[in-house]
Design a protein around this ligand. Structure first.
Ligand code: ZN
Length: 406
């Protein structure tokens, strides 16, 4: 592992993934195992030159165990801060307690949401909820509001040092991300949500701080804005605009940089660049491509919604690649916006005001994601099913042929 020089290592934790709710015995076991595995990863690294090397070179993050029990979450945090004795103290020497070797704390929201949903209504949890963690949040997960998660996360963090990094996995919306920053001071989020939106054909289109658009009468527009566009929708079949209204593409930005206050989306879908070099097949080819003048490369025309719509319906992989690049760029700009607001002299007050404005402007129900998921499944079934059936028939044919030969 040390040869890979990882930036961050997350200690294994025993998170129950069977159908919740879980028994007290299972919970206790989960805490004991998670602590033991953390202790194991914090053992000093054996290096040849002991005088120079740091015996604890890894940035170890730990999953905060304890499920939905405030007491269990508090107990796990207390175990991290507890001064170790005996064999355990010898094992991680010179660290006094487990927390000294920890760089940050991780919270996985999927298991927490499933446990909370099961406590509310055990019948609601279906096997697909337990297996479906790699896809968009299921209805069961969405039914658990962020406000239910915040006290649990706080129960873990109450007795732990404030300056250490706090990482959240699987937040389900930008609204949730903002609330978690506002209420708990979370520092980092995974980009799973934005990436997954690309998988189901959604081009994200939002900014933070939100920009209010007024109608002809100078009033705020009544309907809440969607966080993105479901490009499977037939409405985009002849829409030759860029992927996001909130951003400019590179070519337009250069053409009239003074007339618009919109930020640029620098992704490869909105601001594509031609390759910096040409493939030369012979010395004659050099005459076709004159030496570029200056270091600046002009942007190519942006990819349009109509083109992406076509790629999605024809099951082209490039649709998802282009959308992933765009969505990660929008998500990155969103987090940059958060940092800019928080870095103001009265950052906390301004941030609260901006969060309220964002929640007011952007639709949190995210119906566009639900629709996109359905459309994605339809295309996936139509294309995937046909292909699989053909492959299966071919396989049967081959197997039969082999049997006869034998
Ligand atoms: Zn873009």
């Amino acid at each position: 592992m040390l040869d890979c020089k990882p930036d961050v290592v997350v200690a294994l934790s025993d998170t129950p993934f069977t159908k919740p709710p879980h028994s007290q015995k299972r919970l206790t076991k989960s805490l004991e195992r998670s602590t033991a595995w953390l202790l194991n990863i914090l053992r000093p690294v054996e290096l040849e030159d002991k005088s120079k090397a740091d015996p604890h070179p890894l940035n170890v993050f730990v999953h905060m165990a304890g499920s939905t029990s405030h007491a269990a979450r508090g107990a796990f945090s207390a175990a991290l801060m507890e001064t170790l004795q005996g064999n355990e103290a010898v094992a991680i020497k010179p660290l006094g307690c487990l927390d000294e070797g920890v760089a940050g704390y991780v919270f996985d929201l999927v298991p927490l949401r499933l446990c909370l949903a099961a406590e509310k209504d055990p019948v609601e949890i279906s096997p697909s909820d337990l297996l479906d963690t790699a896809t968009t949040p299921t209805a069961t997960q969405v039914s658990v509001h962020t406000s239910k998660l915040i006290p649990l996360i706080q129960a873990s963090l109450a007795s732990l040092p404030v300056p250490k990094l706090r990482l959240i996995n699987s937040a389900i919306s930008p609204h949730e991300i903002l609330r978690l920053i506002q209420n708990i001071g979370i520092d980092m989020f995974d980009a799973h949500w934005a990436q997954r939106a690309a998988d189901i054909g959604v081009a994200l289109d939002f900014v933070f701080p939100a920009v209010t658009e007024l109608d002809a009468n100078g009033q705020m527009q009544g309907r809440k804005r969607n966080l993105g566009h479901n490009l499977y929708d037939q409405a985009y079949a002849h829409d030759f605009t860029t992927l996001a209204d909130c951003f400019l593409d590179g070519a337009s930005f250069l053409a009239n940089s003074n007339s618009s206050s919109k930020p640029i989306c620098s992704c490869a879908a909105c601001s594509p660049l031609s390759p910096s070099t040409h493939i030369l097949h012979s010395s004659v080819d050099t005459e076709s491509y004159p030496e570029p003048t200056g270091s600046h490369r002009p942007f190519l025309p942006p990819f349009t919604r109509a083109y992406l719509h076509h790629l999605l319906h024809t099951h082209q992989m490039s649709s998802h690649s282009l959308l992933a690049m765009h969505n990660l760029s929008v998500f990155d700009a969103f987090l940059s916006g958060v940092r800019v607001v928080l870095s103001q002299p009265d950052g906390a007050t301004q941030f609260t005001a901006q969060v309220d404005k964002f929640v007011e402007l952007y639709d949190e129900d995210m119906k566009v994601f639900e629709d996109a998921r359905k459309n994605w499944m339809e295309v996936e079934m139509a294309r995937g099913k046909g292909r699989l059936a053909r492959e299966k028939a071919k396989q049967t044919e081959l197997t039969l042929g082999t049997a006869i030969e034998l």
